[in-house]
Design a protein around this ligand. Sequence first.
Ligand code: PRX
Length: 665
Amino acid sequence: MSRVYQPSDHVVENSRVPSFEKYKEMHEKSLEDPETFWSDIVKEFYWQKRPQTGNFLRYNFDISKGSIFVKCMEGAETNISFNLLDRNVRNGNGDKIAYYWEGNHPDDYSRVTYKKLMDRVCQFANALRESGVGKGDRIAVYMPMILETVVCMLACARIGAIHSVVFAGFSSDSLAERIAACKAKMVVTADGAWRGEKLLILKNICSEAIEKSKRQHNHLVSMCIVVSHLDRVTPCGELPDDYNDMFHWNPIRDVWWHDLVEGQSTICSPEWMDAEDPLFMLYTSGSTGKPKGVLHTTAGYLLYATATFRYVFDYRGNDVFWCTADVGWITGHTYVVYGPLANGATSVIFEGTPFYPENDRYWSLVDKYNVNQFYTAPTAIRSLTKCGDHYVKMNDLKSLRVLGSVGEPINPEAWLWYYHLIGSGRCSIVDTFWQTETGGHVLTSLPGATPMKPGAAGFPFFGVEPRILNEDGEVIEGPGEGYLVFSRPWPGIMRTLYGDHERFETVYFSKFPGYYCTGDGAKRDEDGFLWVTGRIDDMLNVSGHLMSTAEVEGVLAKDPRVTEAAVVSKPHPIKGESLYCFIILNEGAKFDDELIDCLKKLVRKSIGAFATPDVIQYAPGLPKTRSGKIMRRILRKVALGDEAVGDLSTLADPTVIPELFKYRP
Ligand code: PRX
């Protein structure tokens, strides 16, 4: 039984929810009467058309009763950029710092106030409007962690355009697929960025993607806006000799950001959006291999981002918050951009890596900016534990109060290191479970309120009603383990998959009618703590990046020497999970180092570096059921070298098993 850690006095003092009783009372209220519960935050926002009473949350979660829908305050009108910027400026926070920007090189840093951010957003929004962008248009964003990224997202929100941010670690193939899938009118990027000592020429990846989107997907992008970033930062490594003429510039399509905004007014009237109008879409991996365009709408998302940020990080007054996630993922959307700004918070936005120029970069920034809330991923924590404690001890981390973890289960060793060394045993750890689809945290601890157990996500956030189901869809009460589902929506849940509502219903609502199915397993212990046990579908989580086995298998099978590929996850001490691939070859093809190297490069090029397989193994055959389904359970055992493979009665040809063990590298 794991030890329970109670929040320290340092955290409880002045906290928004100072006891477990208070949390339970608020949670109950949020389920009994959602409209009243959320009304205080609703009132904080500016509404062009006020929400009607009795219309807070309408939904159907039961596929057997008709189409699935969720509507929050439909009919009301607002604008998110106006609420994040103008409202804060009008409330007297114009001179407050919205972001401290810290570049990859420690000599590069800047800051922006709410007023200045508003001006920049308005100018860029005017430039977009003038270029023909309007309500409902999709804009693809492929950017490093710089202030223009935030400006661009909020400018889209200001004029009702839908941003689709693609993580700038994705390859040009992946970017092309995402640009074409949402039929993006424009792409916004930067010339490049340094990641540690590595130079990424983002503009060229973008140009390739735009070309591929035309050739392979028949979709034409009309404009590519490019931030000139490299010239204003300190070079962190060697520049290629042909650096100055290496950009693939198309004068008809490409335009510099600074040329476009020059002379634009800092006044831009917002587009008033229905509460249920789309705000953004964000692609996430799907188990078929085709990415899913998760769509979030305006008011419910705003409300939920605001509340989760406020309560889960216990953000107060002049705290400095830092979320290390890239804006290319949902964590960056909700907790680098929307949640902090909606609360008038001051945040750090960091372009670099934890290891450059030294392994103490994170801790030195906590020290430099006096960070109060620090939010990162278990993979980062695990790799930093390996660097040695002296990197932590070189810095003063006394400002910290709340430490967050996100993206994958955190193992107890990493949790304890985080708690004792980073938090000196006086900070609360919030292990936040959520998904691109959920918009914000759904299971978590609350700093002053809930006790903590290393590795447990904790308890449902306000408005969230989790259930654990067995294989037959029956609810498991009390302690037990099964499928993690939710029995009702909360304001921030996704509304659909862009352009494919049917897939939305099939993926999330068909397995257990009446419930949103997360695809994760969970267990409830004797004390009522919820533990997320990991994916129970064909998805993998490598360093917090979710991907599907089918996606990687599809890429491997593109090599003419490969007949079939099967990919499973293998536990990894730093990355959480890693990719282990089994390859069946065509006749005459040779399995050697050259092939392994070639397949790894193919995955890098087709998806991105984060998807590179750790192991590629020769397989004379695959364990399949008589109906031809691959038994991944057995492959996972082979990957682990664990010969206790269990029940083989449904296997078509058991002789393949010893062969697979024989060929383990
Ligand atoms: O498997 C869960 C895991 O990450 C998945 C969601 O991935 P994505 O949509 O990319 O969003 C990541 C950031 C919110 C989940 O289905 N996951 C996320 N947070 C946790 C987690 N697993 C365990 N514990 C967590 N705290």
